[in-house]
Ligand binder design. Structure first.
Ligand code: 5RP
Length: 234
């Protein structure tokens, strides 16, 4: 048990998302510290018999490990023809529910899974809500290692300031679950998220960027009010 209000708030928002999953669903399992609680509570509901017959599609090695820990059976996109609901975190959410994701370097698989879901639920805290994408968080771009130099030059030509993401408690760069590298990019202002998403993905060597445009259905926002955690729908 924890009394840290931020942790309690993440737990509440994770619980609220897990509560929306119904029996028989194929569930996209996102990545990050907030989604981790949703995966935990989904496992609890399954263990308590509150819901039955769900299968998860993980968006990362982290999600796979957590699903196994909490007893959620897993499947793959080869074995299902639809995803009913996906639950995932975000690093920024704008008023149109467009997102920046990739703080955990998992945005490529996250975009595949989240965009296929009939209902995509985003779980965040209040601090992730922004008026304009790119104002607080750098935009992650996953790049094939051999293309890192030309991709950096192409991003500079677009007006971005690229920075190779380095590991913490690991020497050298962050390597994604797919064996690629991540460039975090500062843009002065992201005025056209849909256009920039396409332009970046058109650079040879870019696998995927962290702009998620027009794919969010529900945003659950965790807040701490008077020291108590609460959740509201955005
Ligand atoms: C991983 C992500 C995460 O969902 C995002 O970074 C939010 O994580 P957290 O809930 O830990 O703040 O996009 O690639």
């Amino acid at each position: 048990m924890t009394s840290d209000p931020i942790t309690l708030m993440k737990q509440e928002v994770g619980k609220a998302a897990a509560a929306r999953v119904t029996s028989g669903s194929v569930v996209g399992l996102g990545t990050g510290s907030t989604t981790a609680y949703a995966i935990q509570f989904l496992g609890d509901r399954l263990a308590q018999g509150e819901i039955t017959n769900i299968v998860g599609i993980p968006t990362s090695f982290q999600a796979e490990v957590l699903a196994k820990k909490y007893g959620i059976p897993l499947t793959t996109l080869d074995a299902v023809d639809k995803i009913d609901v996906a639950i995932d975190g975000a690093d920024e959410v704008d008023p149109q529910k467009n997102l920046i994701k990739g703080g955990g370097a998992a945005h490529t698989r996250e975009k595949i899974v989240d965009s296929l879901a009939e209902t995509f639920i985003v779980v965040v805290d209040q601090g992730k809500l922004v008026d304009r994408l790119g104002s607080t968080f750098l935009l992650p771009v996953e790049v094939l290692p051999m293309a890192i130099a030309p991709v950096m030059r192409a991003i500079q030509a677009l007006g971005g300031v690229p920075e190779l993401r380095m590991g913490i408690k690991k020497a050298g760069p962050v390597v994604t679950d797919q064996g690629n590298l991540v460039i975090d990019v500062k843009f002065a202002s992201i005025d056209d998220p849909a256009g920039l998403e396409k332009t970046l993905n058109n650079i040879p060597g870019v696998l995927e960027n962290g702009l998620f445009v027009n794919c969010t259905d529900v945003v659950l926002v965790g807040e701490v009010i008077d020291g108590k955690p609460s959740v509201r729908e955005f």
